[in-house]
Design a protein around this ligand. Structure first.
Ligand SMILES: [Zn+2]
Length: 135
C-alpha cells in the first residue's frame, strides 16, 4: 500500500489571491498557478532568507522535496515575469498549522476566531464574510 502523501506545513498564507502584470489587460493574459506550498518556499527562502534545510524543517518536508517545490515556484514566477502572465495562488498539498480566516471584503487575514463574524475592520453582520482557509 502506498504511503499517504504527507501534507506540507504552510504557516504564512499570502495576503493576496495572486498578481497581475502592469500594462497588460487581465483578460488578455494567461496565468500560472502558484500553489500555497510553493508560495511558502518563496516566503521562507527568499523573504526570510532561511537556509533550505531550515525551511524544509518548517514545512515538515525533506530537504530535496523543499528544493523541488522551491525550484518549481521560481520557474513559475520566472515564466510569469518574462511572459507577462498573471499569477494565481491556490491549491497544493498542504495544511496550515493554525486556523486562518480571510475577510471576503478587505482580504485581511485573521488567525483563529472566537465569536467573531467579521474581520473587525468591515461592518459586521455580513453573512459568510469570513472564509476559513483551512478547508
Ligand atoms: Zn474585512
Amino acid at each position: 500500500m502506498p504511503r499517504p502523501k504527507k501534507k506540507r506545513k504552510v504557516n504564512n498564507p499570502p495576503q493576496m489571491h495572486g498578481f497581475k502584470p502592469f500594462g497588460i489587460a487581465f483578460c488578455d493574459t494567461e496565468h500560472v498557478v502558484l500553489q500555497y506550498d510553493e508560495y511558502e518556499t518563496i516566503k521562507l527562502v527568499i523573504y526570510d532568507k532561511l537556509p533550505q534545510d531550515i525551511a524544509a524543517d518548517r514545512m515538515e518536508v525533506s530537504r530535496p522535496t523543499l528544493t523541488r517545490i522551491y525550484n518549481s515556484a521560481l520557474s513559475k514566477i520566472g515564466q510569469a515575469f518574462v511572459e507577462g502572465k498573471a499569477i494565481i495562488i491556490q491549491g497544493g498539498e498542504f495544511e496550515f498549522d493554525k486556523d486562518w480566516y480571510k475577510c471576503n471584503r478587505c482580504f485581511k487575514l485573521i488567525l483563529g476566531i472566537e465569536n467573531n463574524t467579521s474581520c473587525g475592520d468591515c461592518p459586521p453582520n455580513d453573512k459568510d464574510e469570513l472564509v476559513h482557509l483551512n478547508e
